[in-house]
Each structure stands twice: as C-alpha cells, then as structure tokens.
Design a protein around this ligand. Structure first.
Ligand SMILES: C[S@@+](CC[C@H](N)C(=O)[O-])C[C@H]1O[C@@H](n2cnc3c(N)ncnc32)[C@H](O)[C@@H]1O
Length: 546
C-alpha cells in the first residue's frame, strides 16, 4: 500500500516536472504573477530570516534577537518538495547552511543551476519519507506544498522525525492547499490529499518526539493573502510551529494551551453562547458598547421640565468615549488586535476609521468564526490569523496600535508579552488594553477557586501598570474600571433575562442558567472587592535612547 502511494506520487510529479517551469511547480497558469506577489509575503512570515535584517537585535534586550543571530550562525534546512528555486536562494542568503531536498531530479538540477554558486547549499534528491538526519541538526525546517502529497501515516512519521531533527525551540514553517485544488493546471489524475486546516492542526500538534518529551505548538497559521487577493481563494494556508517541551500538567489535562482554550472555555457552542450576551461579534465585557464612541442621548427627566442628561448617562458616555477614541486612529494605520475573538471590534475599527487590522487569536474556533464573518463583512482591511501572542514574532515597528480586550488574563508572563508589544509598535505607537484584574490579596475562597478553575493569571490594576512602565512604555494610565464593569454586567444580565425565549431557541435551559449564574457570581466577586476590571493606555516613546 505504502509503495503504491509512493509510485502514484512519483508518476504525478514526473508528469508535472518535465520542464521545471514555475507553472509546473505551482500547477497554475497565473503562476508567474502569484509567485511574484506571494514570495515577499511568505518571506515576511519567516522569523529567523526576517529577523536577520533587524539590526535592532544588537540592542540585546530581546531574547528573540539573539535567536535570529544564532540561527544565522548555525544551520537552516530547506526541506521542500517544490518551488525550491523560488525560495532556496533567499534562505541561503541568510543561513549559513541550507539543505534543499526534492524527489524530482529535474527540480534539483534546476535549483543547483540557479543557486549552486552560493556554495552553502547541499542539494539532495530524496524521497522525504525515506529521509533521515541526526537529532538536533537544524534550527528551521521550511516546507512548501509537501504534506499534501503524503498520507496521514506518512505525515505522522515525518513530523516525528522533524521533531528529532530540530533543535529545542526550532521552527517548522509549512504551507498547503486546503479543502480543494487551487491551481488551474489540467491533471490526468490527482492524488493530492486536500485536508482542512483543523486536520493539519490536529496532526501536527498531536505527534510527540520519539522520547515523548517534545511536541509542536502553534506560533501562527493564516491564509496566504496573495491567493485571496488574486484568486479570491482562502484555502492556501501556512503555519509556523515551534518545537517545545511537552508539559503533561501544564494545560489542565490538555496537550497544548490551544486545545485547552478550544475545548474548555471557547468551544464553538460556548463562543456563540457568550456572543448572545455580549452582542454580535463580541466575547468580552460590554461588546460594541465598550468599544465604540457613542453619541450621548438626551433624556427628558420627568418633573424637571428641561431636556437634561441623566448622571448615569454622562458617566457612561465618559467611559465609552475613552476606549477607541483615545487611540486617535487615522486611516491607513496598522492595528493588531491580540486575542481578537470573533472579530467584532476589528470590523468596527476598519469600517469606522479606515485602519488595517490584523486580528490574532490562539483559539482556532474563534478564528474560524471570525473568518466566516469576514466573508459577510467583505472588508479587505481586516485579516485574521491563528496566533499565539506569547510566541508570535513580528519585525520591529510593524504596528501603530496594539489593542487587546480581556485576553491577557490567560497569559502568564505579562512582562515578556509587553516587551513583545513594545517591539511590535512603531515609535509613538499606542497601546490599549482592557483586562480582568484582581484586588489585593488575600482573596476570598470563591475567587481563589474561580481563578484556579479558569487558569487565569491576574494582577491589580496598579501592578499591571507597573509591568508596562518597566518595559519602557510612557504615558501609562492604569485605570480601575470595576464600577463600569459592574454597570455593564447588570445591563447584560437584565438583557439576557429579557431575551430568555429568544435565547432558548438557540440554546438550552442549562446554557441559559450557566450565563445567568455566571454573571451573578461575577457581580458577587466584584462586591467582595476581589474581581476587578482595568483599562490600560500607554505609548512607546518617540525617541528611544539606546
Ligand atoms: C474573552 S476572549 C476576548 C475576545 C475579544 N478580544 C473580544 O473582545 O471579543 C479572550 C480571547 O483571548 C484568546 N487568547 C488566549 N490566550 C491567547 C494567546 N496566547 N494568544 C492569542 N490569543 C489568546 C482566547 O482564545 C480568546 O479568544
């Protein structure tokens, strides 16, 4: 059976490698245009390579910068099935050694012809399923359109091997066609395996190294934007994974933190149930109300005779206005929403202010729903990706604004995360965070239990602000907004009770009670002074003294 599969694949690629042209490699008649557009896009996603251009590494205070440099000094493997000619040269410019593998001799010959002069590339004609290298040989494995030509069994064996070949902390980048064929080139037969992104996620993160103590965790996964732009095709998907130690007790019984999020708090049903109470597109406090700038409504207070504002409305206006308005967004600015959920705030910012938004969330359920909504919203200004904020790497000064709503409660090392935000921002860039916080210790047993069960890591608003200052942010405002939180919770509770019948059309009585009880418990924990909510604003200084 395994031999038969290998023979079929060989036959398929013999048919499509006769002239070793880019059209053959990409199996598409628009290959030249696609190739020209997507190459810089793919390259910009490769942290080691991109990072090498970042001379800021010399500052020496960012761990990743050291990694980039050591990557250059060591070895980088290029384990690719196709398009070697398009990527090998670029990778070889940056790494000290590149091993380029393909099982079609024609492609290898053409690659050697184009890139052999560089002197640091080993060209290897080999079937990847038979390939082997010693453990801890490489820092980086790059693979483009390879896994879709392997069966699940072959892929599992290869992933296990790759986990061995990579050094601890090393990266695997790969890209595949998902769901169905993308290229328009005629094929007499097509043995390609078109998996869903979820299937790749599952396969890649469920395998462990032979010793059982290492596995892959997701850094980033997203659709290749070039294919969306040119072919309206979202099904070209790429991934960046990192080899990390497996921690059996680390994620409340789940192998990875992503699995914990997707299966516990953010199952698809759980998300939609939250959305019902927070409002369309949102899974955090106040939904659109705490996101947008809302004009004040005048209310006629009975007995006064005049049209005046109710005090509560004035207060609530002041709160509301502060959120996005404080960022002074300008069309064309780049915003990253860390823990974007299902994207309501991102569509709002893009449509209202003309900014370009990257919504990043580690939960694949969240991003799946966000992408479904993006099809309806039809705004090219918003992109989504599955990404782990604690592992994701961007070139310095990539964004004007870092925005994050009720997400960082999930993240352990706030200082390390804020250091990342600092590097991602342009000088003068702005940060806006809302997050669950806590009161001073000791906490009540109910709050202790709640925090433990959710796996949250909470600080007081003051401590939170100190983390930001320590990293180098200026104009830090750490505001305790618990009062506003309580107001919003009461409103959400009342609204849910009002729409009970409607709620029960989509969800069960148990779901309804879960929400009602959950909100009452939040209010109780706030009344004890334990649960608090913070709003944080800060800026990266315009001038950095190095
Ligand atoms: C309460 S939801 C808020 C979603 C969204 N910000 C909103 O306001 O609707 C928190 C989000 O944080 C995401 N998250 C948790 N840890 C993350 C990480 N390390 N990187 C990226 N997202 C993360 C979760 O998957 C979840 O979608």
């Amino acid at each position: 059976m395994a031999n038969e599969v290998r023979q079929t694949m060989t036959q398929f690629w013999e048919e499509h490698s006769r002239d070793a042209t880019v059209e053959e490699m990409m199996l598409d008649s628009s290959a030249a245009l696609l190739s020209q557009e997507e190459k810089p896009e793919i390259i910009s996603l490769l942290p080691c390579l991109d990072g090498l251009n970042v001379t800021a590494g010399a500052r020496g205070w960012d761990r990743e910068m050291h990694m980039y440099i050591s990557c250059n000094e060591q070895t980088l493997t290029l384990l690719k099935r196709l398009m070697s000619i398009r990527y090998t040269g670029h990778l070889a410019k940056l790494a000290s050694n590149v091993t380029a593998v393909d099982f079609m001799q024609n492609f290898i010959d053409k690659n050697r012809e184009d890139n052999g002069y560089r002197g640091n590339i080993t060209f290897l004609q080999a079937d990847v399923t038979l390939l082997d290298f010693p453990n801890n040989t490489f820092d980086f494995v790059f693979s483009n359109w390879l896994f879709m030509y392997l069966t699940d069994e072959e892929l599992v064996v290869l992933i296990e091997k790759m986990l061995g070949w990579l050094r601890p902390g090393g990266y695997l980048f790969f890209r595949e066609s998902c769901f169905f064929q993308s290229g328009d080139c005629e094929r007499t037969f097509n043995p390609t395996v078109y998996r869903t992104p979820a299937q790749y996620n599952h396969l890649l993160t469920s395998v462990t190294s032979k010793s059982g103590d290492n596995g892959f965790e997701i850094v980033m996964s997203k659709s290749v934007q070039t294919y969306i732009k040119i072919k309206k095709n979202q099904n070209q998907v790429c991934w960046m994974l990192q080899k990390v130690p497996r921690d059996a007790d680390g994620h409340q019984g789940y192998t990875t933190f992503q699995q914990f999020l997707d299966n516990q708090q953010y199952s698809r049903r759980g998300i939609l149930r939250y959305e019902k109470i927070f409002g369309d597109g949102f899974v955090s406090t106040g939904g659109l109300e705490t996101t947008k700038v809302r004009p004040v409504q005048k209310t006629n207070i009975r007995g006064s005779g005049d049209t005046v504002f109710k005090m509560q409305e004035i207060l609530s206006f002041l709160h509301l206005q502060e959120f996005i308005a404080m960022l002074n967004l300008v069309p064309g600015q780049r915003v990253i929403d860390v823990g974007c959920g299902i994207g309501g705030g991102d569509f709002y910012m893009a449509k209202t202010y003309g900014v370009d938004v990257l919504g990043m969330d580690l939960s694949s359920n969240m991003v799946e729903i966000a992408m479904e909504r993006a099809i309806m919203e039809r705004t090219p200004k918003v992109q989504f990706e599955i990404g782990d904020a604690t592992r994701r790497i961007f070139t310095d000064a990539s964004f004007d604004v870092v925005y994050s709503r009720d997400t960082i409660l999930h993240i352990n090392d706030k200082g390390a995360l804020f250091r990342k935000f600092f590097t991602w921002l342009k000088p003068g860039g702005k940060l806006l965070i809302t997050d669950y916080c806590c009161g001073d210790r000791p906490w009540s047993p109910v709050f202790e239990e709640y925090v433990k069960q959710r796996g949250y890591i909470l600080y007081t608003p003051k401590e939170y602000g100190q983390f930001l200052e320590k990293v180098g942010f200026v104009k830090v405002q750490a505001l305790d907004r618990t009062e506003q939180f309580v107001q919003v919770l009461n409103k959400e509770l009342a609204r849910t009770q009002e729409i009970k019948q409607d709620f029960l059309e989509s969800f069960s009585e148990e779901d309804y009670n879960y929400i009602i009880e959950g909100w009452k418990e939040k209010l109780h924990r706030c009344s004890l002074g334990d649960q608090r909510w913070g709003l944080f604003l800060a800026e990266k200084p315009l001038d950095l003294i190095s």
